[in-house]
Write a protein of this length. Structure first.
Length: 197
């Protein structure tokens, strides 16, 4: 039963990545999932519930810091940078198996669809972003206290700098060929080298 629900969610995820929510028909779902309408709606009430569950599993859950950083223990800023990049690479790898061309662009498009079709998604994703920024602040604060970075740097400023290097680069690169995590790490390291003690 769980396997069937997982199959439905993954198939619907692939479909919603390549076709906007309002254009996905029940016939599209049946074809993509290889299941009858009755089988699909045995697990989901309707297309809206299916979309919400897809967004929960493939957008909100992977970016929830309690999941994304579950194994993180307070460490140095330099160690967190490595941990952060590894986490991004794991997330990318986990969704690459869907075989969608220009996955990053499609993924961002799905996020914008969620803003329109998932009730209160804007609030939920803002909490995700805020909690990740708070984590950066905690790591930077520890780096400041330990003397890893120079004392003249402001915690909020440094945390936002790291966070927005990532979000800006990932958005811009989604319009090209997808996020290059080697470039992201290089930018993080250049900034780190500017601020380290």
């Amino acid at each position: 039963m769980k396997d069937t629900e997982d199959k439905i969610l993954f198939g619907a995820f692939k479909l919603f990545l390549t076709k906007n929510f309002e254009k996905v028909t029940i016939a599209d779902l049946e074809k993509a999932l290889g299941l009858s309408r009755g089988a699909i709606f045995y697990y989901m009430k309707n297309k809206e519930e299916l979309f919400i569950k897809v967004i929960d599993r493939y957008i909100l859950s992977p970016h929830n810091i309690d999941i994304k950083f579950a194994t993180f223990k307070d460490s140095s800023l330099i160690e967190f940078i490595d941990f952060y990049i590894e986490g991004i690479n794991r997330t990318i790898k986990s969704i690459e198996s869907c075989g969608v061309k220009n996955l990053s662009r499609c993924y961002f498009n799905l996020i914008f669809q969620a803003i329109q079709y998932y009730p209160d998604f804007g609030t939920l994703i803002a909490k995700v972003f805020d909690s990740e920024l708070d984590l950066w602040k905690r790591v930077v604060s520890n780096a400041l206290k330990s003397g890893e970075i120079r004392p003249e740097y402001d915690v909020d400023y440094v945390a936002m700098h790291f966070r927005y290097i990532y979000s800006g680069l990932s958005f811009e690169m989604c319009l090209k060929n997808g996020l290059d995590t080697a470039l992201l790490k290089d930018l993080f390291m250049k900034y780190y080298n500017e601020i380290k003690a």
